[in-house]
Design a protein around this ligand. Structure first.
Ligand code: ACO
Length: 319
């Protein structure tokens, strides 16, 4: 039984916030943000919510692929910024699109969420009980941002994207290998949404991050994770068409490419337009690449994410 990506779709809020916009409210500059992160602009929710964007993605996927909502048996939304603790975003999407035959739940592995979600989908497909699945990453991270903290406020953005996955009985498309790691003892270096802060003004509900620690973690653990996955599967890195990495910082992506001794052409980057959209970042990039016809059946694609938890995860798929 194989995991086959049939289609992808993307949804962005209407409002765009540029670095210059942020420099009006924070002691920062376009030069600092661009140089340190590669970000030029990000989307910000106003009327939109994590569930409304995920619903938009789900509707687009059904429209594009001519699949009826009743054919969907599983909906997973990867998110660290759900609108409610309960119901889950996935359950709201299920209701909104009337996918009455689907079970639905969220996966929270922060920026590794899409990779973790893909592994969960793969495991569930193997049970033989699921045929058509929606896997969506959706985030409203700007709702978790302290707009007086220039160290984090400039980094995050909002968006959603996802894929329709089918069980491929011919086994031509499949998840080749995966590695998911969680380092809970480092969780304190990146936190957001502390519910205790709702009753205790001493605590913060917003992003708290030790950027240096997360940077060091990512530039060490992401290349290690990718190498392990490829070595185990006996895949030459040169045979990978694209490495779709979590878009947190362009410098992190360049460092990973360098450590793997691979050209940047294999590492697509769109962080300049989206900022860090956590679990949405990889499906957003994938959706743009698929729309541009850059991915063809038979291609080997690596997805690798890292973030809160701390978590790191890599999947390699035959598309
Ligand atoms: N504008 C201007 N100056 C700034 C800003 C800003 N927005 N932010 C920080 N600075 C200042 C600092 O105050 C510091 O000033 P000082 O030297 O006078 O003390 C200086 O710039 C350097 O700050 P650093 O934090 O050392 O900058 P660094 O080069 O490490 O870049 C960054 C910071 C971009 C956050 C980097 O550490 C990073 O990308 N880390 C990884 C973060 C990440 O990926 N997080 C998301 C994980 S995904 C998830 O799960 C949500």
């Amino acid at each position: 039984m194989g995991l086959k990506i049939i289609d992808s779709a993307l949804s962005t809020p209407q409002k765009i916030v540029t670095n210059d916009d942020l420099s009006q409210i924070l002691d920062t500059s376009d030069e600092w943000i661009s140089k340190r992160t590669g970000i030029k602009q990000r989307y910000q929710v106003v009327e939109e919510t994590t569930a409304s964007m995920a619903t938009d993605v789900a509707k687009k996927l059904l429209d594009k692929s001519k699949v009826a909502a009743s054919e969907i048996s599983l909906i997973i939304v990867a998110t660290m910024s759900p609108d409610f603790m309960t119901p889950s975003v996935a359950a709201t999407v299920q209701g909104n699109i009337n996918a009455t035959n689907a079970m639905a739940f969220d996966v929270n592995a922060a920026c590794s969420g899409f990779v973790y979600g893909m592994s969960v989908v793969n495991g569930m497909l193997k049970t033989g009980n699921f045929e058509k699945v929606l896997l969506i990453g959706s985030e409203s991270l700007t709702r978790l941002v302290d707009w007086t903290d220039r160290g984090t406020a400039v980094l995050f953005g909002d968006s959603a994207a996802g894929v329709l996955i089918e069980n491929d009985a011919t086994d031509q498309s499949y998840l080749i290998n995966e590695k998911l790691d969680t380092i809970g003892e480092m969780g304190k270096y990146l936190t957001a949404g502390n519910v205790a802060a709702l009753n205790d003004k001493e605590q913060s509900f917003f992003f708290q991050m030790n950027g240096r620690k997360v940077y060091e973690f990512a530039t060490k653990r992401v290349p290690e994770s990718i190498m392990t996955v490829l070595d185990e599967a006996q895949i030459d890195p040169d045979d990978v068409k694209y490495f779709i990495l979590h878009q947190a910082n362009e410098r992190i992506i360049k460092s990973v490419a360098k450590k793997l001794d691979l050209p940047m052409e294999k590492f697509p980057v769109n962080i300049s337009r989206f900022g860090n959209t956590a679990a949405a970042s990889e499906p957003v990039l994938l959706a743009e690449m698929m729309a541009d016809g850059k991915i063809n059946h038979g291609d080997i694609i690596v997805f690798s994410g890292f973030g809160g938890g701390l978590t790191v995860g890599t999947n390699v798929i035959k598309y």
